[in-house]
Design a protein around this ligand. Structure first.
Ligand code: FES
Length: 157
């Protein structure tokens, strides 16, 4: 079995699975609780869930990959989401995203080596007049330039 970040929590994970052992219909609930516990759903967690619930790994993976809520990669402390909706796009969002990737040394969907920031790109956040917009966790920041976006992230260092 591959190593993962969650060995200390493995016992708790087994309790979650045991509570639904042999119940394929509990998959979403088990995935949700497991992600709450571990923070993400690496392959070995998916294998354990598949075995416990009586499903194939591909059945589990298809649900994990279908729902945006589930992630197979560890998330950073701060979720940085740059809006790439049409209004933000034409006002310069791609340059912001590119600059953040360069400065943080990571790509969209990935997390910085220090575990602080995960960069995401999202569709319209519903505040187009403030574009370009990004959110850091739930807080929105608007009328950004690449420089101001970086300045904002420094507040979270
Ligand atoms: S397009 Fe970015 S908030 Fe609407």
């Amino acid at each position: 079995m591959e190593t993962c970040q969650c060995e200390a929590k493995w016992e708790e994970l087994e309790k979650i699975i045991d509570a639904h052992r042999g119940q394929p219909s509990a998959l979403i609930e088990v995935l949700h609780q497991s992600q709450e516990l571990v923070g993400y759903l690496p392959r070995n967690v998916q294998v354990a869930i598949a075995d416990g619930l009586g499903l194939s790994l591909s059945q589990v993976y298809s649900v994990v990959s279908f729902y945006n809520h589930f992630t197979t990669k560890p998330k950073g402390k701060y979720q940085v989401s740059v809006c790439m909706g049409t209004a933000c796009f034409v006002k310069g969002a791609p340059a912001i995203l590119e600059r953040l990737e360069q400065e943080l040394g990571t790509k969209v969907g990935d997390t910085t080596a220090d575990g602080r920031f995960t960069i995401n790109q999202v569709r319209c956040l519903g505040c187009c007049a403030l574009g370009p917009v990004m959110t850091v966790n739930q807080k929105a920041h608007g009328r950004l330039t690449p420089d101001t976006a970086l300045e904002i992230l420094k507040e979270y260092q």
